[in-house]
Design a protein around this ligand. Structure first.
Ligand code: GLY
Ligand code: MN
Ligand code: MN
Length: 439
């Protein structure tokens, strides 16, 4: 991959610039950004897997260390308070030595509660940024996650720096290795559980390292949108495979979905048609286009496809208007992607956080943004046979619009989703996923 060190210089400069800008506006002196703390399981001495505050990992790829802090005023070299306890029970993180370390003044902290010694004495004009408001309270922060600061960062985080784009290409590269391994396992007859193991082993990441719980669904399970169970036994008959699986790199996520048919049949034809539609939607992304428009265009394209395949009857626009396409495609076309899989600020209209609502009839759309260069989004149209949603069509007089024999034919296959990760540039779109050869 690209050498990250020179890219990181601009990234850290941009972080510092943003801090200076927002502090001046909000009349604050500095920010104390907390990596987080362990969460303990109820009545137990075992912790849940640690997930760093995204505002913290926006600065540096320290992902596994609680009780760390970044102290920044946007002008001076930021301080990294790095937690390094004396502990013979757990692995203690080594003092970091990496491409980013020279850009921080690193101070070691051996006891979490001693951080007060390293914070400014007067915190009146400092803001705490993090999850643990009780900790902020004890330390004496009056400003905690102020809206003006949060909205500002969330908005600007959507414009990825070159360093971040390089990290996201790398996350995609890793995920594509897993997708290739998973496809092979599917055609060889593996169970969902076995496919998951082969995916994780191919990418060298554990279940707690990947950015979200992989969806590995055979046959009808592909119709369950957030299917994360994993059947251990292989099904008697193999029809279809939907895999929605990502990878992480330096705290940035990939989020990729593919669907496969086991045999050449109408479902395989439908996948090809959905794939063509998905590519057309990617081509429609450009600066200035509102994501909502792309989502609505998806419904019109899907209506055409339902007619072509004899799944629905009537007029394409009517199918959209009557909510027939929504029964087959109930989720949003995509979302912002970055430090979080469903990255923040999908509804933001400006850096003050003005909310751009999704249309009332599309409550699950996660992004209404006006696209701009350096935005990274997923494009993930879907088509599913979800009986509970189709039952609503039957119940209220829209049954006529559906060819139920085709629904019965397609039910054993569950559904289709095709999801790529795309960077919007001024002159073109960069489909990171396809560029890596995943078709
Ligand atoms: N993997 C979750 C999503 O596609 O949004
Ligand atoms: Mn996904
Ligand atoms: Mn997604």
């Amino acid at each position: 991959m690209e050498n990250l060190a020179p890219l990181y210089v601009n990234h850290i400069n941009e972080q510092n610039r943003r801090v200076a800008d927002v502090l001046a506006r909000e009349q604050l002196e500095g920010l104390a950004i907390h990596s987080g703390q362990y969460h303990r399981q109820f009545l137990d001495d075992i912790n849940y897997p640690f997930k760093a505050n995204p505002h913290f990992k926006a600065w540096l790829p320290v992902l596994d260390n609680p009780n760390c802090w970044i102290l920044t005023n946007g002008r001076d070299k930021p301080v990294l308070v790095f937690y390094r306890p004396v502990d013979f029970w757990h692995k203690v993180s080594d003092v970091p030595e990496s491409f980013w370390t020279e850009h921080f003044e690193i101070k070691l902290l051996t006891k979490a509660e001693k951080v007060a010694d390293l914070l400014p004495k007067n915190l009146d004009a400092w803001a705490y940024i993090g999850e643990h408001l009780d900790v902020a309270d004890v330390l004496g922060f009056k400003n905690r996650n102020p809206d003006g600061v949060m909205n500002y960062f969330h908005w600007h985080r959507s414009f990825k720096t070159d360093y971040e784009l390089a990290c996201m290409r790398e996350a995609n590269r890793i995920a594509v290795i897993g997708h290739n391994a998973a496809r092979e396992a599917f055609y060889k007859g593996a169970s969902e559980f076995e496919i998951q193991q082969q995916y994780l082993s191919a990418i060298g990441q554990g279940e707690n390292d990947v950015p979200y719980g992989n969806i590995i669904a055979l046959n009808q399970n592909a119709a369950i949108l957030h299917y994360t169970a994993l059947e251990h036994g292989a099904p008697a008959n193999r029809h279809s495979f939907l895999i929605d699986a990502g990878a992480s790199f330096n705290g940035y996520a990939a989020d990729i979905t593919r669907t496969y048919a086991f045999e050449k049949n109408v479902f395989d034809e439908l996948i090809k048609a959905m794939d063509k539609m998905q590519r057309e939607l990617v081509d429609m992304m450009r600066p200035g286009v509102r994501f909502t428009e792309l989502h609505l265009a998806t419904h019109h394209k899907l209506a055409q496809l339902l007619l072509e395949f004899g799944i629905a009857k009537g007029d394409a626009s009517d199918l959209v208007e009557q909510g027939v396409t929504s029964a087959f495609f109930p989720h949003g076309l995509g979302h912002m992607l970055g430090l979080q899989v469903h990255d923040v600020a999908g509804f933001a209209h400006d850096e003050r956080g003005t909310h751009l609502a999704a249309p009332e009839r599309h409550p699950f759309l996660r992004c209404t943004r006006i696209l701009a260069p350096r935005h990274v989004l997923t494009i993930e149209p879907g088509f599913y046979i979800i009986d509970s949603l189709l039952a609503e069509l039957k119940a209220d007089g829209r049954a006529e619009a559906v060819n139920w024999d085709m629904v019965d034919t397609l039910r054993p296959f569950g559904g289709i989703r095709i999801e790529d990760n795309v960077i919007v540039h001024q002159e073109r779109n960069e489909n990171m996923t396809r560029d890596l050869g995943l078709n």
